[in-house]
Design a protein around this ligand. Structure first.
Ligand code: SPD
Length: 430
C-alpha cells in the first residue's frame, strides 16, 4: 500500500511537471529584436486557436556564438531560437534542428508559405545543397553589413570603402561589431579586391575561406585597425553613433535604420553605406532545436511571427527588415518622398518602382555585390582564437597599465606608511 502511494505521488509530480512544461514556450532571440508587446498577444492568440494556455519565457543573446554554445554544449531546452544563416547551416550539419511541421497548423491561419519571398526561399535553399534549410527554418529579419557614418564628419567617399575602419582621421571614433564572422567577411573582401576584380576568386568562395593565410591577413589588418577603435560592441554602437561619440560604425543595416532615426531626432545626421568592394548579406531565422520541449507552441509561434501585422510591428520597433514577402509589409514602408527603387527581386514583378528606404531594402545592385556567410565547421575555432588575439591584445596592454599603476600605488603607500611609523616612534622616544 505504502509503495502504491509513493508511486502515485511520484507520477503526480511527473505529470504536473510535464503538463507545466506544455504550457511554457521558451524563446531565445537576439536582444532588441522584437516588439515585446507581441508576446502577450501571442499567448492570447494561441489560446483562441488551440484552447490551451501558454506562457512565453523570453530570453535574449547578443552574439550567435553564445546562443549556439548554450544549445550545442549546454543542451538547453529552448523551444524556438533565432540564429543567423551560417549558424543555421552549422546546426543543420550537426543534426541540432527539428524539421518544421507547418501542415499541423490549420490553413486559415498558416502565414508562412503564403508570405514567403521567393528570394528568401532561394537563399535558404542555397544554405546547404544536401538539406533544404526551408524545411528547418523560417527567415525572420534580413539585411546587409555596412558602415554607419556621421555625415558632418565623414564623406560618402570616405565611408564607401572598408578601409575607412583604419583611416587615421577617425581614430578613437570607430565602432566595430563584436561579431567575428561579420567583420572577417568584409575585411577579407577588402583585402582580396585585386583577385575579385581579376576574377581569380569569387565572393562566394571568400565566404568559405578559412585558410590560415586569409585568417593571418585579416588578423594583421585588424591589428592596424584596433588602435583607432572606440569600442567592440554587441549592441551599444547605434547609441554611441547617435550621441556622436563615434563617427564610423561597422554595423548591420537594421541598427543603421534605428540609429539614423534616433539621431535625426536630436539633430545628428547619420547615413549608411554598403562599401563599394562588396559585403555580406545575412538572414536570421526561427528554428526549433532538437532539445525543445514544446514543439507545438514553437510551431505556432513561428507562424504568428509571420502574420503580416506582427511582422510590421517588429520591423517598426527594431529598425530591421522582415523577411516577410507579403504586399502589406512592403506597403507599410512606402514613403512618397523617397526615390523609387526596383525591388522585384524580393517582392516580385509588381515591385519594380517602390518608394522605400534603400537602407531597409537594398536595391539589386547592392545585393549583387554581397554574399552569404557559410559555416566553417571546426575552423571556426581558428577564427575565434584570432578574434581574441586581436581584441585581447588591447585588453592586456590596458591591463598592464592598470597593474603597473596599482603596483606604484602600493609601493608609495608602503613607503608613506613606514615613514609615518618612524616619525611616530621618534616622537614617543622624545
Ligand atoms: N539587435 C539584433 C541584431 C540582430 C542582427 N543579426 C545580424 C546577424 C548577422 N550575422
Amino acid at each position: 500500500m505504502k509503495k502504491l502511494l509513493i508511486l502515485a505521488a511520484l507520477s503526480a509530480v511527473l505529470f504536473s511537471c510535464s503538463s507545466d512544461r506544455d504550457q511554457i514556450l521558451k524563446v531565445y532571440n537576439w536582444s532588441d529584436y522584437i516588439d515585446e508587446s507581441v508576446l502577450p498577444e501571442f499567448e492570447a492568440w494561441y489560446k483562441v486557436q488551440t484552447g490551451e494556455d501558454i506562457k512565453v519565457v523570453y530570453q535574449t543573446f547578443d552574439v550567435n556564438e553564445t546562443m549556439l554554445s548554450k544549445i550545442e554544449k549546454g543542451h538547453e531546452d529552448y523551444d524556438v531560437v533565432c540564429p543567423s544563416d551560417y549558424i543555421i547551416e552549422r546546426m543543420l550539419n550537426d543534426g541540432l534542428l527539428l524539421p518544421l511541421d507547418f501542415a499541423s497548423i490549420p490553413d486559415s491561419i498558416n502565414y508562412i508559405e503564403l508570405n514567403k519571398s521567393p528570394y528568401i526561399k532561394g537563399v535558404f535553399r542555397s544554405i546547404n545543397p544536401a538539406i533544404d534549410a526551408n524545411d528547418y527554418s523560417v527567415a525572420y529579419m534580413w539585411g546587409t553589413t555596412g558602415i554607419i557614418f556621421n555625415t558632418d564628419k565623414v564623406t560618402p567617399e570616405e565611408a564607401g570603402t572598408w578601409d575607412v575602419i583604419r583611416n587615421p582621421k577617425f581614430a578613437g571614433q570607430i565602432l566595430i561589431k563584436d561579431a567575428p564572422r561579420d567583420v572577417y567577411g568584409p575585411v577579407l573582401i577588402y583585402l582580396k579586391q585585386k583577385e575579385l576584380k581579376e576574377g581569380t576568386v569569387t565572393l562566394e568562395e571568400l565566404m568559405h575561406d578559412s585558410s590560415d593565410a586569409s585568417i593571418a591577413a585579416v588578423e594583421a589588418y585588424l591589428k592596424q585597425v584596433k588602435d583607432g577603435v572606440l569600442g567592440w560592441e554587441a549592441d551599444f554602437g547605434k547609441d554611441q553613433m547617435t550621441k556622436e561619440r563615434g563617427v564610423i560604425s561597422l554595423n548591420w543595416s537594421g541598427d543603421a535604420v534605428w540609429a539614423i532615426e534616433e539621431a535625426a531626432e536630436v539633430g545628428v545626421s547619420l547615413d549608411y553605406i554598403v562599401p563599394e568592394e562588396g559585403s555580406t548579406v545575412w538572414f536570421d531565422g526561427w528554428v526549433i532545436p532538437k532539445y525543445a520541449k514544446n514543439i507545438k507552441a514553437a510551431t505556432y509561434f513561428i507562424d504568428f511571427m509571420c502574420r503580416p501585422d506582427i511582422a510590421i510591428r517588429n520591423m517598426d520597433e527594431t529598425g530591421y527588415v522582415s523577411a516577410n514577402g507579403a504586399f502589406e509589409v512592403l506597403e507599410s514602408q512606402i514613403d512618397e518622398s523617397l526615390e523609387p527603387i526596383d525591388l522585384t527581386y524580393f517582392f516580385g514583378p509588381d515591385a519594380d518602382s517602390v518608394r522605400v528606404d534603400p537602407v531597409l531594402y537594398p536595391d539589386k545592385a547592392v545585393i549583387d555585390r554581397c554574399a552569404l556567410e557559410h559555416d566553417w565547421g571546426k575552423d571556426t575555432e581558428k577564427l575565434l582564437a584570432m578574434w581574441s588575439r586581436v581584441k585581447g591584445d588591447n585588453a592586456s596592454s590596458m591591463t598592464y597599465v592598470i597593474i603597473a599603476l596599482a603596483v606604484v600605488a602600493i609601493i608609495v603607500a608602503v613607503i608613506f606608511n613606514n615613514r609615518s611609523k618612524k616619525r611616530r616612534r621618534k616622537a614617543t622616544r622624545k
